[in-house]
Design a protein around this ligand. Structure first.
Ligand code: MV4
Length: 445
């Protein structure tokens, strides 16, 4: 078992990993930029190393600085969290070369699943449904026009190195294709240094449902059921829940088997998420795989009573999985609380938290690194807390979420709490009628 883990991240996920390490008797090293000197993950870790100035490129994304911190503290493993270097195959490779265990997939595995058009080919080889499209990178505008004609407009252009919607364009007719393809390639080049594009038939109103999977070193893979992440704004997830209100036992069985087939076909090790789109007739299609722990992992933990970070550390230390799949026994919802002003286009609102009261009570979990007097820095992602409620039924989880949100006091900065309070009261949300189009028509009062 690992003796000392360096957490190459910040904020709530750094705190989350430190907590599990402490319970497992594993020593922890925090890394921090000068902007995070007063951050809780620094205070809770056994050791802490400053790795640079506030800019992520010179601190949390600096491979030399993070590897140096691991070397001088003699850490034998690095947990990357999510974002930053968590899906960077070069980082995984350099950890390997320094004989530091990267708590994530191998470099090849990250490359294979991180390249979206390759991931789709992997799913097709595993005989998992994918969306009709180019089945690989687009080579020319002419070829793109031919494929679009065959699968019929509207089509979706996607960046193979992308994710989260960057470099994505909806094309409604042939005239738009060439200009949109060129602008998408330009955006992908700037964002990822890779302008490879692929095409899919655009599904007009799907749900976004992902399956949590875990694989051990011996080829055993199990799934921990789904998370419905359809409520997104500009490709940023706002609310996630499990089980999905759209799921049926038959569909869960089929999608769980499909997720396991993909992971098994590449002998996936560690925890991962298989993302699907589901149409109104409950046809599901693989779209991408994430090879890291996700922001929304706590709702899965709460409904199956399972510590996912502990499982991740155990499988990477060589422990064998039972192979048992998990069905949710409860219902959990997560609201992402951001330091943003929902009344002003969700613009970021960093600053000092002058007063703070966190909700509590039965079935309420708040994952946050904030405290009264903490200053939310302007340099990083605006998420400051995750509010999770868990109950026997979806209705009770919603009621609990409304009660907990109304208790949450954060003064000194604006947050998205008022948005979430209104969302919990929204009729379509309460009925479970949420597709990825939901936010197109949601108006904050
Ligand atoms: C799609 C899609 C519809 N048709 N692909 C967005 C980023 C990635 N996570 C998957 N995404 C989508 N891929 C096809 N062929 C709809 C989404 C999608 C979405 C698209 C536009 C605006 C918001 C969205 C939220 C979730 C998923």
């Amino acid at each position: 078992m690992f003796k000392k883990i360096l957490i190459a991240n910040r904020g709530e996920i750094a705190l989350r990993v430190i907590r599990t390490c402490k319970e497992m008797g594993i020593s922890t090293v925090a890394v921090y930029s000068t902007a995070d000197k007063e951050s809780l993950h620094v205070r809770f870790a056994d050791e802490a190393v400053c790795i640079g100035p506030p800019q992520s490129s010179l601190s949390y994304l600096s491979i030399p600085n993070i590897i140096s911190a691991a070397e001088i503290t003699n850490a034998d493993a690095i947990h990357p969290g999510y974002g930053f270097l968590s899906e960077n195959s070069k980082f995984s490779k350099i950890c390997e070369e320094h004989e530091i265990k990267f708590l994530g997939p191998s470099p090849d595995m990250i490359d294979q699943m991180g390249d979206k058009s390759t991931a789709i080919k992997t799913a097709q080889k595993a005989k998992v449904p994918t969306i009709p499209g180019s089945n690989g990178l687009l080579e020319s505008v002419e070829q793109a026009k031919k494929i679009a004609k065959k699968i019929e407009y509207p089509v979706l252009l996607k960046a193979t190195a992308g994710g989260g919607g960057k470099g994505m364009r909806i094309v409604w007719n042939e005239e738009e294709l060439e200009p949109l393809l060129n602008s998408a390639k330009q955006e992908a080049r700037n964002a990822f240094g890779n302008d490879g594009m692929y095409m899919e038939k655009y599904l007009e109103n799907p749900r976004h449902i992902e399956f949590q999977i875990v694989g051990d070193k011996y080829g055993v893979v199990c799934h921990l059921s789904e998370r419905d992440c359809s409520i997104q704004r500009r490709h940023q997830k706002l609310v996630e829940e499990t089980p999905s209100p759209f799921m049926t036992p038959e569909l869960r069985k089929k999608m769980g088997e499909a997720a396991i087939k993909i992971a098994k076909s590449i002998r996936y090790e560690g925890i991962g998420t298989i993302e699907f789109l589901v149409d109104k007739n409950r046809n599901f299609y693989f779209i991408e795989m994430n090879t890291r722990i996700q922001v929304e992992h706590p709702i899965t933990e709460e409904v199956i009573n399972y510590d996912l970070v502990k499982e991740q550390i155990l499988v990477h230390s060589g422990v064998k999985l039972s192979g048992k799949n998990y069905e949710p026994k409860l219902h959990a919802i997560e609201c992402r609380i951001n330091a943003e002003d929902p009344y002003n286009d969700f613009r970021p609102c960093p600053g000092k938290i002058t007063a703070l009261h966190k909700p509590g009570g039965h079935g309420v979990r708040v994952d946050t690194h904030t405290y009264a007097g903490y200053t939310v820095p302007p340099f990083y992602d605006s998420m400051i807390a995750k509010m999770i409620t868990v109950a026997q039924t979806r209705e009770e989880a919603i009621t609990k979420m409304e009660r907990a949100l109304s208790e949450y006091i954060i003064e000194g900065i604006k947050t998205t709490i008022p948005f979430h309070i209104q969302l919990m009261k929204n009729e379509d949300f309460r009925k479970g009628n949420c597709t990825t189009k939901f936010m197109d028509t949601f108006k904050l009062k």
